[in-house]
Structures are given as C-alpha cells and as structure tokens.
Design a protein around this ligand. Structure first.
Ligand code: NAD
Length: 272
C-alpha cells in the first residue's frame, strides 16, 4: 500500500465512548485516514445512524451497521474498543480476512489473547491495554527500576478510574505488574496480591500488591510504588483526557496498516 494513500479504517464498537472518540479524531481531518465502516452490537441504539450525525457534526456518509464481514472487506485496518467476547470474534475475522487489527479492549482472558496471537499468523495484530505514549514509557521505567531494587522494596500498584469501568484491576495496572515482575525475574501469577480486606496477615515478602479506586470521571491514574525502609519511590502517570487513547490507537492503526503479519505492542509503534 502506498504511504500517501488515505488509510481506510473500520471502527468496531464505533458508538461506544472510545469508538466515538476515534471517529471524531479521524473526521477532524488531521490524519491520512478515512472511516470505511462503523460496526456495533446488534442491539445498539446507533444502528442505521450516520457517525457524523451521532457526533453532532455534518453527515460523514458512513452508517453504523452490524455487518462485520463487510467492514473487514472494505477496511485497510480495524480498531476494536468493545468487549472481550466481541474481540474474540474480531480476532477470528482478522485471521480469515488477513486484515490488521488494533485491539484496545481490556479484561481479555488467556483464550482471547490466544485468539489474537493465532490471528497474528495471518494478519498484523496489535494489542495494548493502554495506548498512551506516557504509560508505555512508564512500563519501560518500572521494569528497569525493578531490575535495580530487590525484594527489600515492596512493589504496590495503585489505579483509579471512572465509575463506569467494569474490569479491575485495569489492564494497564496489570501490564505494569507484568513489567515489574519481569524486571524482578519472577512471574506475576506467583507474586500477585489483589485488593486486601479484613485480617489477612502481614505482607508476604516479594508480593506485588494491587489496589483499585472507582469513582467519578477519573480518566485513568496509575502509580507504581517501590516502598523500602525509610523511603518510597513512586512512578506515576495521570491521564486527563480520553482522546489521548484515541490518538494513540490511530497512530497504532496507521503504523500497523503497513506491517507484516505478527503480534505487535505499542512499544513497537513508539520505537521504545
Ligand atoms: P463502551 O461500553 O462505551 O463501548 C463499547 C462499545 O462496544 C459499545 O458501543 C458496545 O455496544 C460495543 N459492542 C459490544 N459488543 C459488541 C459486539 N459484539 N460487536 C460490536 N460492538 C460491540 O466502552 P469504552 O469506554 O469505549 O471501552 C471499551 C473497551 O476499551 C474497554 O475494555 C475499556 O477498558 C477499553 N479501553 C482501553 C483503552 C486503551 O488505551 N487500550 C482506553 C480506554 C478504554
């Protein structure tokens, strides 16, 4: 595909919070991209409506449909911000159509991740729990810090999100936990300590603890603390605008459209 060509993007879950933000970014005209298709759940209120009109803009000439086969046919690359169940279906469609897919959906099980990795044999696939540049940098820094500090330093991961978020801890918090565990040379499954309540006893040495806040309109805060004797080191990221993730997803999609089949991460897009 010529790099100068407009990249045709299919938005899966296009009437959702993130889907609408991605559509708005593309319609801003700041990208070499156009909307090829917008797909929604069959029970969505948005079916049959023009995506521009949904956003309060001029009609964009693209109607929200349920036709996924058509969307995969007409798009150069697709972006998925839906639910884990829908992502599984979308990964299978990517496999069959050989079309690149950016997956932003979080809370994926190992079966859903496996479907994405299988699709990567036939199509370029990118999955990221967080599409922001800052969080991906934070991840790299946490891993580095964990290689330098031994288990005399307790690792605690805190995350805060808005009241609508349905999974916990956030995919980003989990990814930060994986980075910390990798740096420390352990598996997160062996060290993870989820939210605490009641008389649970003292903190096990080497545990990687998680705590979660839900409320209001918090876009996404993440802090990784290394707590030693007499000092605490905190690495933090605070997102203040969800369009940050939409811009990251578009950057990923425009990059992925030119890649060979394979499984990619945001660090590949950002060259970290
Ligand atoms: P949302 O509920 O507002 O939107 C999801 C949309 O997907 C809805 O419109 C829904 O109708 C649609 N959908 C559900 N099932 C579908 C199906 N089978 N086929 C097609 N469409 C379907 O949610 P949201 O806030 O936009 O978040 C979506 C996902 O993205 C969540 O998992 C969230 O955690 C994640 N997220 C990731 C990032 C990131 O940077 N990776 C950032 C923000 C949100």
């Amino acid at each position: 595909m010529s790099k100068a060509k407009m990249v045709k993007i299919g938005i899966l879950g296009g009437a959702g919070r993130m889907g609408q933000m991605i559509a708005r970014e593309i319609l801003s005209g700041r990208y070499k991209a156009k909307i090829a298709a917008v797909v929604e759940h069959k029970k969505s209120w948005a079916i049959g409506k023009d995506i521009g009109v949904i956003l309060g803009l001029d009609p964009a000439g693209v109607t929200v449909t349920t036709d996924k086969e058509e969307a995969f046919d007409v798009s150069d690359v697709l972006i998925d911000f839906t639910t884990p169940k829908a992502t599984l279906e979308h990964a299978e469609l990517s496999f069959r159509h050989g079309k690149p897919l950016v997956v932003g959906t979080t809370g994926l099980t190992s079966a859903e991740m496996a479907a994405i990795k299988t699709a990567a044999k036939k199509a370029p696939m990118l999955q990221a729990a967080n599409m922001s540049v800052g969080v991906n940098l934070l991840q790299a820094m946490v891993e580095h810090m964990a290689t330098m500090l031994d288990d005399e330093y307790d690792i605690e991961i805190f995350e805060a999100h808005h009241r609508h978020k349905v999974d916990a801890p956030s995919g980003t918090a989990y990814a930060l936990g994986v980075a910390a565990a990798r740096g420390r040379g352990v598996k997160l499954e062996d060290a993870i300590m989820p939210a605490r309540f009641g008389a649970i006893g003292a903190r096990p040495k080497g545990a990687i603890g998680f705590s979660v806040f839900r409320g209001g309109d918090v876009v996404g805060d993440h802090t990784v603390t290394f707590a030693g004797d007499g000092e605490r080191i905190e690495l933090s990221h605070k997102a203040s605008d969800r369009s940050l993730f939409a811009r990251g997803a578009l950057k990923a999609a425009l990059w992925l459209a030119h890649q060979k089949p394979g499984f990619y991460a945001m660090k590949d897009v950002l060259g970290l």
